[in-house]
Ligand binder design. Structure first.
Ligand code: 5RP
Length: 218
């Protein structure tokens, strides 16, 4: 199987976690795009979706799936999203697609986080993938200096403005041995909106596409 076939297989398998007559939390990225396309095949069985990005909202609407404002939704049973890296404890780095803040908000509301990924995303230690940090534009240089003090090498993601009108710093060369501690430490820097470590609220279930097929890791 190619990487895209693994992503697609994981995305289709994740449909098994979607209950009838519910609103589904939907992430962002190429793996999630396969999930949205799969969700369209059962669109008459669900009420609709809450989306983590303008990009995903557009794709959901193009399929005729209603997109709800999170403020009008009390309960989300599942949130389905991809990851840039995931450990065996299901802590993740996310935000390669710059949607990390909304992803973290929707994930916080959901009862279960289902991560859909291919095997290339599995790591022993987080940090080979540069850690995205969403920053208020006027704080960019200050936050970058603070991130250097934490041992990282922040790089401004040129030309990218998030759905919340902020900028992204990608932090290279972090060996993240304590993801929960670093997630809290970076979020405490003034000017940071959030960072792409999903450790306090990691995934509950990993649906993994591999050469041998799809497995569900609980
Ligand atoms: C977007 C994300 C994505 O989930 C992550 O980048 C994985 O993307 P892909 O499924 O395209 O590999 O966090 O902000």
């Amino acid at each position: 199987m190619t990487q895209n076939e693994m992503k697609k297989a994981a995305a289709i398998k994740a449909l098994e976690f979607v209950e009838n007559d519910t609103i589904v939390g939907v992430g962002t990225g190429s793996t999630v795009n396969y999930f949205i396309d799969a969700l369209a095949t059962i669109k008459n069985k669900i009420i609709g979706a809450v989306s983590s990005s303008d990009e995903s909202s557009k794709r959901l609407k193009a399929h005729g799936i209603e997109v709800f404002d999170l403020n009008s939704v009390d309960v989300l049973d599942v949130y389905v999203d991809g990851a840039d890296e995931i450990t065996k404890h299901k802590a993740m780095i996310k935000g390669g697609g710059a949607a990390l803040t909304r992803e973290k908000i929707v994930a916080a509301v959901a009862k279960k986080f289902i991560c859909i990924a291919d095997t290339s995303k599995q790591v022993a230690v987080l940090g080979s993938f540069p850690l995205p940090v969403e920053v208020i534009p006027m704080a960019r240089s200050y936050v970058a200096r603070e991130l250097v003090n934490l041992g990282g090498d922040p790089v401004y993601r040129q030309g990218v403005v998030t759905d919340n009108s902020n900028v992204i710093l990608d932090v290279y060369n972090l060996e993240i041995l304590d993801p929960k501690a670093l997630e809290a430490q970076i979020n405490a820097i003034v000017g940071v909106v959030t960072n792409g470590l999903f450790a306090h609220r990691g995934a509950d279930i990993l649906v993994l596409g591999s050469e041998d097929g799809v497995s569900v890791v609980i």
